[in-house]
Design a protein around this ligand. Structure first.
Ligand SMILES: [Cu+2]
Length: 262
């Protein structure tokens, strides 16, 4: 479950038990941790319950049921075995498990929230603007695109906003999601660990074209990305998309017009 991740010193190495790495890795570890622990707790609780149900079944012999005067009468709560020791033990154990879970998850999520991509010098920054109904990606050199191209294994810092109504950009496979709110910017990050094409979708019902509000996210090999980026300028639009008419075309499929260069 614990893997070492080093990306040219960009992402901190796993330290201790709190997971570090890309969002995909962190959320995967949280999922696995909860699955294992939840299964374990479930097995212990249900197993102990069944064990006692069998042990104290009606007609069982050789079972100590307490002195006659210790037995609870109808309507009285039983004190539990050993003068409440069992109750205390199970309560303490549950508290330790629950508090550790909260602390561990908090540590993992604090790292995600902390935007570790900012620490790395080779992190790339892209501004994302949502509009009815599409996404616009602006690179540091001023180049604007309707496809998000990023190099593989590199932290990407997104600064997200909207120019009309509330939107929310998310890429499921990359475990990244962020509000796009007019007049405000929201920051998030991700690392594409495998090359390929992913789909960014809008996750905030924003109008009639909401479900068509997608954009391609291309995670490219570093050299291909460098070649592509070297040929971009503030003016050109490498994929043929047109932000002004694309924005009002509620039913048009933006990606149908894409002529990818990647
Ligand atoms: Cu939207």
């Amino acid at each position: 479950m614990i893997r070492e991740i080093s990306r040219a010193g960009v992402t901190p190495l796993q330290t201790g038990i709190v997971p570090r790495g890309s969002r995909v890795e962190i959320f995967q570890q949280i999922y696995e941790f909860f699955l294992v622990l939840g299964t374990l707790v479930g097995v212990v609780v249900i197993g102990y319950m069944l064990y006692n149900a069998y042990k104290y079944r009606d007609g069982a012999e050789d079972v100590y049921r307490g002195e006659e005067d210790e037995l609870p009468t109808l309507g009285e709560l039983p004190t539990g075995g050993g003068g409440g020791r069992k109750l205390f033990l199970s309560f303490t154990l549950s508290a330790v498990i629950v508090i550790s879970l909260i602390a561990w998850t908090y540590g993992a999520l604090a790292f995600v929230e902390d935007n570790p991509a900012l620490d790395g010098e080779d992190a790339i920054e892209v501004e994302v603007t949502g509009y009815q109904f599409g996404w616009e990606f602006t690179y540091p050199n001023g180049h604007t695109d309707s496809t998000l191209r990023v190099p593989v294994d590199t932290p990407v810092e997104l600064t997200v906003t909207s120019r009309d109504v509330f939107h929310n950009i998310g890429v499921r496979e990359l475990r990244v999601k962020s509000d796009a709110i007019p007049g405000q910017t929201t920051e998030t990050w991700f690392i594409g660990e495998r090359t390929g094409t992913y789909i960014a979708e809008c996750y905030e019902l924003c109008g009639v074209g909401h479900s068509d509000m997608t954009a391609e996210v291309k995670v490219m090999p570093q050299d291909e990305y460098d070649d592509w980026y070297a040929n971009t300028t503030a003016e050109n639009e490498t994929d043929g998309g047109n932000e002004t008419d694309g924005g009002n075309d509620a039913t048009g499929n933006e990606s149908a017009r894409l002529v990818g260069t990647a």
